[in-house]
Ligand binder design. Structure first.
Ligand code: GTP
Length: 328
């Protein structure tokens, strides 16, 4: 069978209309015959003449025409419209009409398909967004890790810088590094020149408790105040005051023997007490350990001299604090 003959095959709707037309075509002559029979039977009791017969024939012809007109108007025309609509829908949906002839079903199927596809697309998009969110989360964690690393490096650099620096950041006086250098230098000079050298270690008493009661800021202020006092007391070019760390300070006094250094340090300790820190309650006292090197009382090394001052401080603390102790 050729393609052309396939294309020419009537659709199911067209076939239905054809059979309807055939049935009507057969039914109309039958109706005519029925009308003629009825009229003939009704006129059977009378004698038909030629005139009455002609009228009857015209009447049957008119009735048949009216019947044809009515059938065309009420049945064939709506059916033709219905068939045209079905053919249009059939070509749109590209699917054959169901046998029950319901035209809405393909449209409903199409809608459901579209909704299904939209839901699949939405699910895909959601999945992609979840993937992007996980990716972002991973990037964020990585950046946080890098930030932590950078902060740790920064902190290490800051500590290194502070140790390289020569000034104590809180009090502004020299730090331990400067003191160690100066102590070695002045000790050698004193040995070389057979001169005097005194070292005092000063430590605030019960500073932990002071911090606890008055707060760290008040503690910092006290440390700054003591540094200031040391700076005003020991201001010769050769003097050096430094903060070793925490609440511990040192004074390096070249040319001072034990007695002179003791006098100056005792008056400093009194002055400190008179400050009555903080806010006048006078709780914060000062303990001092003093050692002095001289030709009559030499030390083997700068470190030994400092250690002697430290031991004297220890004695002052154990003797009840708020006092000055001399190294043996
Ligand atoms: N406010 C402040 N406190 C500091 C600083 N450095 C150290 N401290 C505190 O100083 C206190 C030192 O405490 P300890 O070593 O027990 O000495 P102490 O309480 O003074 O006791 P004694 O020395 O035996 O009289 C600690 O509580 C430290 O936290 C600082 O820069 N500022």
């Amino acid at each position: 069978m050729s393609n052309e003959s396939v294309d020419e095959l009537p659709s199911p709707a067209t076939r239905g209309l054809g059979s309807l037309r055939l049935r009507l075509t057969l039914a109309l002559p039958l109706l005519n015959a029925l009308a003629v029979a009825v009229f003939e039977w009704s006129l059977a009791g009378e004698l038909p003449n030629a005139q009455a017969l002609a009228r009857l024939t015209w009447l049957v012809v008119l009735l048949s025409a009216a019947q044809l007109l009515l059938v065309e108007l009420w049945m064939l025309r709506p059916l033709r419209h219905l068939a045209a609509g079905c053919e249009a829908m059939e070509s749109q949906c590209a699917t054959p009409l169901p046998n029950d002839g319901l035209g809405a079903a393909p449209r409903l199927d199409g809608e459901l398909d579209r909704i299904g596809h939209a839901m699949l697309r939405a699910r895909d998009s959601l999945w992609q967004q979840e993937q992007s969110a996980s990716e972002l989360q991973r990037e964020l964690s990585e950046q946080r890790r890098q930030l932590d690393h950078a902060q740790a490096t920064l902190e290490a650099n800051r500590r290194e810088l502070a140790s390289l620096a020569r000034v104590d950041t809180l009090t502004g006086i020299a730090n331990q590094r400067v003191f160690d250098e100066a102590l070695r230098r002045e000790f050698k000079r004193a040995q070389r020149e057979r001169s005097l050298l005194a070292v005092a270690v000063l430590d605030l008493d019960q500073f932990r408790q002071f911090n606890r009661v008055h707060g760290k800021a008040a503690g910092d202020a006290a440390l700054q105040r003591l540094a200031e006092l040391l700076g005003t007391r020991f201001k010769r070019d050769t003097d050096l005051v430094a903060r070793l760390g925490g609440e511990e300070f040192v004074a390096l006094l070249p040319g001072f023997g034990m007695a002179e250094a003791q006098g100056v340090l005792e008056s400093l300790r009194e002055e400190w007490r008179a400050l009555r820190l903080p806010d006048g309650d006078g709780q914060l006292t000062l303990s001092i350990g003093l050692a002095a090197a001289s030709p009559a009382h030499p030390y083997l090394s700068a470190q030994a001299l400092l250690q002697a001052a430290d031991e004297a401080l220890y004695i002052a603390k154990h003797a009840g604090r708020d006092r000055l102790s001399l190294a043996a």
